[in-house]
Design a protein. Structure first.
Length: 131
C-alpha cells in the first residue's frame, strides 16, 4: 500500500522485466505507476485510484498507470479509477526519439476524468469502461 507520495507511488526508469502485481496505489500526487523506457514489464492486478488527490494537495495530473516510450508492456487486470486525469495513458512528447510500442492492455477497469489515451501503434485494448 503506497499512498500520499509527493510524485509517483512506483517510478520505473529504464527497467527490464519488472512485474508490479496486486499493489494498492492511491492518493499520490501524480501517478500510481510511471513506467518510462521500460522493456517487457508487466503490470497485473494493481489498484490505482484517487491519484492526484492526497487529501492535502491536489493535482489535475493524477493518473493510474502512465507508460512513456516502452516496448512490449503488458497491463492486465488493473482497477484504474477516480484518478484526477487519466486512468491509463501512453505518453509522448514531440521531441521523443521513439514511441511506445507493443502494449497489451486487457481486462482493466477504468473510471476516471479521462479513461485512456491510445494514440500509438502496437496498442491492443480490451477494457471495461464506465457505463
Amino acid at each position: 500500500d503506497i499512498s500520499k507520495a509527493g510524485a509517483h507511488a512506483i517510478n520505473l526508469l529504464s527497467c527490464v522485466g519488472v512485474k508490479t502485481s496486486k499493489c494498492l496505489l492511491h492518493n499520490n500526487y501524480f501517478y500510481g505507476i510511471e513506467d518510462k523506457l521500460g522493456v517487457s514489464n508487466r503490470h497485473w492486478k494493481n489498484r490505482c485510484f484517487e491519484n492526484g488527490e492526497t487529501g492535502v494537495a491536489t493535482s489535475t495530473g493524477g493518473r493510474g498507470i502512465n507508460l512513456w516510450r516502452g516496448i512490449d508492456i503488458e497491463v492486465d487486470g488493473n482497477s484504474l479509477k477516480a484518478n484526477t486525469e487519466y486512468g491509463f495513458r501512453l505518453y509522448s512528447e514531440a521531441a521523443d526519439p521513439s514511441i511506445t510500442t507493443g502494449v497489451n492492455f486487457h481486462h482493466n477497469y477504468l473510471e476516471n476524468t479521462k479513461d485512456y489515451q491510445p494514440n500509438f501503434r502496437g496498442f491492443h485494448i480490451s477494457a471495461r469502461l464506465k457505463e
